[in-house]
Design a protein around this ligand. Sequence first.
Ligand code: ADP
Length: 322
Amino acid sequence: MAINERLKLTIGDITKMDVDAIVNSANPRLLKGGGVCGAIYQAAGPQLLAETQALGGCETGDAKITHGHQLKARFVIHTVGPVYRGGSAEESSLLESCYKRCLEVAAQHGVRSIAFPSISTGVYGYPIKDASLIALKSTLAELVRFPQINLVCFVLFSAGDFKWYSDHLDELIDNDDPWDRLQRVFDRLKPNYGDLLLQDNQNLEVARVSTILSGPRSPEALKELDSLVSTLRSANDRIIQEKCLQAVNFLEEKVSVLSKLLDEKRAKPGIRNQVLHPLVWGLKREIQNETIASKFAELSDDVEEEFENAMEIIEDLDAQTR
Ligand code: ADP
């Protein structure tokens, strides 16, 4: 099987994956943490913690295997990604080693299908643009060594993460067949079909592309396919831009409310924390909620910085009203 057919990308929850093994982005003590790790421990049940606690921890860049317990997956492979400290602390080779070691351990245990989350790009702060390229490059290199592994699926948690992975994958996979390339681009637009149909009314185009793809290949069909796919692609880019704009507006509103609260608090030191604190918490939860967080993941670096500034203001307020 060609390598690109063995590597898939999807958006979703890794704990639900029906594969031989799922990878946990773990902490060095293999404790139940937050993020994807917390979700895996939750779904696997208490026996998982009992099993990991007998392993004596795990070094950064290494991997250890346990059973999957209540998960669909037979195994969980725990790997510890590097905490990002600016890029000069060997983060890239440690991250590369995570993917390599997971696939080695998987192969040793007869695993034929495996799902990875995006290691280190959550709490550990590795920038998604670089981390996704490292993830794909190291996985592609290992797949050559382990032909028995016939499926590696990256399960991404936001449309923004998915886009980084799919853009890099396009560049990495050497595929000269334009028909296959267009099919791949079209498949990647799938998570956004709902938006495309609703906002840009592209249902005719979507239907026509599906018909062409399931029909016979001819130069005329290829030409039509090319033009339809690029129309859909631009419509999709427009929608993403629009979502970003909405997210920025949302953020600006919240920042102004928070700044006012902060001013008030400074002006009237007597203002009761019991009154302010629930407000701050409400806003914090709203900004951190999944939809907003995933919108921000699609934004440019500038806007991400704005997001971080806003979070700083909120943390500040949180600390002052506690
Ligand atoms: P790390 O410490 O490696 O940064 P995190 O769990 O904070 O680990 O984040 C790693 C990635 O996993 C992030 O992109 C996060 O959005 C994603 N993630 C969180 N929960 C899930 C889940 N249930 N399935 C797949 N990915 C998830």
